[in-house]
Write a protein that binds this ligand. Structure first.
Ligand code: SF4
Ligand code: SF4
Length: 430
């Protein structure tokens, strides 16, 4: 069996003779029927962008001069509550705190930690409210550049490749839907970037481990180890990166029918070390299975393939503004009032009538496609089958377009020498 080491690959990359491609580019070669072997590729870059609930940030910043209060008892950042500590910073006017990506503003339930993280990385000023243990109230503003420490941790980074549906008769509010999740298996949503995903490209974790260098939301970061709820047959991992180097387009908040969620994007290099790794990287969407589960308790209901969910040529979401203008007089609710579900429901606030979709924010989630009353938003949304029932996909919890963009960015950084492959310092054990 042909084998390579990471060190050998690093030398080849330095010499300029290494072949590096994204996982999609490799799978396209496989699809085209070209004869391709391990000698034709040295490194594959994989990526995923998805709603990832297990995201949090540890922030440290000043809110007042020294000795104005002893220690904080409560803190809110843009109205989002944070957990104080662990260091109390007694009498220093300084705060250390942990903000959950899924924490929400009590006055605006659709603004959460994920929105706050993106605003910080965009360079926006945020409002801070502190109540000290003596009952003193301190209002301040801060921004990422005033935080010497702002680290993002993902406790469960690359995970949950599943299709969700609701077999119960009643609709339900859940983080897995943007509108209340319709009952009686009437709709489905899913998470997972298929052949592009890091987990798919190295199921056994042969090429990465503790300390592997990655890109997290565009910043260089590291894999820390296994993630929460990770098990031998449903693996995921945890990671860390400095928010100061992140790119806002890869992150943010995401509105759901239950509570605000948080988005993150990972790109992971897969050095093609042996034939097994090569063969796994070559597996295409049509051969990749994922479970269909009951959204309520995640009980297994059936199986689908990623090719049922992603049509590579039909992912991009388009909105026909002129058609909307022609037809919108018929867009009404049951009381005859004007109603535009894409504008009401868009989880990224990227859809505004009479404007182009804001593609800087758009997640290509397909909500506007599924719920436009006149069918003038387009993308190929896919469907899954359970017995004789065909269930349409109404929401993608993953954004393959930006995942591909980060995979390309990682590819280009490796080629230019800006990003160096790293040896893991430890194995992720199960
Ligand atoms: S529902 Fe569709 S057609 Fe109607 S106003 Fe909204 S975008 Fe336009
Ligand atoms: S696909 Fe439509 S609903 Fe989804 S983020 Fe983009 S504009 Fe909003």
């Amino acid at each position: 069996m042909v084998k390579r080491t990471i060190q050998e690959l690093k030398t080849k990359i330095k010499s300029g003779s290494a072949v590096i491609m994204t996982a999609t580019e490799l799978c396209d070669l496989v699809r085209s029927g070209e004869s391709i072997s391990m000698k034709d590729v040295d490194v594959v870059t994989s990526a995923t962008r998805a709603v990832m609930s297990g995201t949090m940030a540890i922030l440290s910043f000043r809110v007042s001069n020294k000795c104005e209060f002893t220690r904080a008892a409560e803190i809110y950042l843009d109205g989002v509550p944070a957990v104080l500590g662990p260091a109390p910073n007694e009498n220093l006017g300084w705060i250390d705190c942990l903000v959950m990506g899924t924490a929400k503003n009590s006055k605006n339930e659709q603004y959460g930690g994920g929105h706050l993280f993106r605003n910080l990385v965009e360079g926006k000023e945020i409002e801070v409210f502190v109540r000290s243990i003596e009952g003193k109230e301190i209002s301040a503003t801060t921004s990422l550049k005033e935080m010497p420490y702002a680290m993002m941790f993902l406790t469960r980074g690359v995970c949950a490749l599943m299709v969700y549906t609701n077999p119960a008769p009643e609709p339900m509010k859940t983080i897995f839907s943007v509108k209340e999740f319709g009952g009686n298996l009437s709709e489905a949503t899913f998470s997972g970037c298929g052949e592009l995903s890091p987990i798919k490209n190295d199921l056994e974790f042969h090429t990465f481990g503790i300390g592997t260098r990655i890109l997290l939301n565009g910043a260089e970061g590291y894999i820390l180890g296994k993630g929460t709820l990770s098990s031998n047959n449903r693996r995921n991992f945890s990671g860390i990166a400095d928010m100061h180097h992140m790119d806002p387009e890869y992150m943010g908040g995401f509105k759901t029918s239950a509570s605000p969620e948080v988005i993150s994007t990972w790109a992971v290099p897969i050095p093609i070390l042996n034939e097994d790794v090569f063969r796994t990287a070559c597996v295409t969407d049509d051969l990749l299975e994922l479970p269909i589960v009951d959204v309520y308790g995640r009980d297994h209901l059936g199986k689908a393939h990623f090719s049922d969910l992603w049509d590579r040529d039909g992912i991009f979401v388009k909105y026909h503004r002129s058609k909307c203008k022609e037809l919108r007089s018929d867009c009404k609710d049951e009381n005859g009032n004007f109603k535009c579900p894409p504008q009401e429901l868009c989880p990224m606030d990227a859809f505004t009538l009479d404007q182009e979709i804001n593609y800087n924010r758009c997640f290509h989630c397909g909500t506007c496609v599924a719920f436009c009353l006149q069918g003038i938003c387009h993308s190929t949304m896919g469907k899954v089958r359970l017995g004789n029932k065909e269930i349409p996909i109404v929401l993608r919890h993953s954004d393959r377009i930006r995942a591909e963009k980060l995979a390309k960015k990682l590819r280009d950084k490796i080629i230019s020498g800006e990003f160096e492959l790293s040896e893991p310092v430890g194995e992720i054990k199960y």
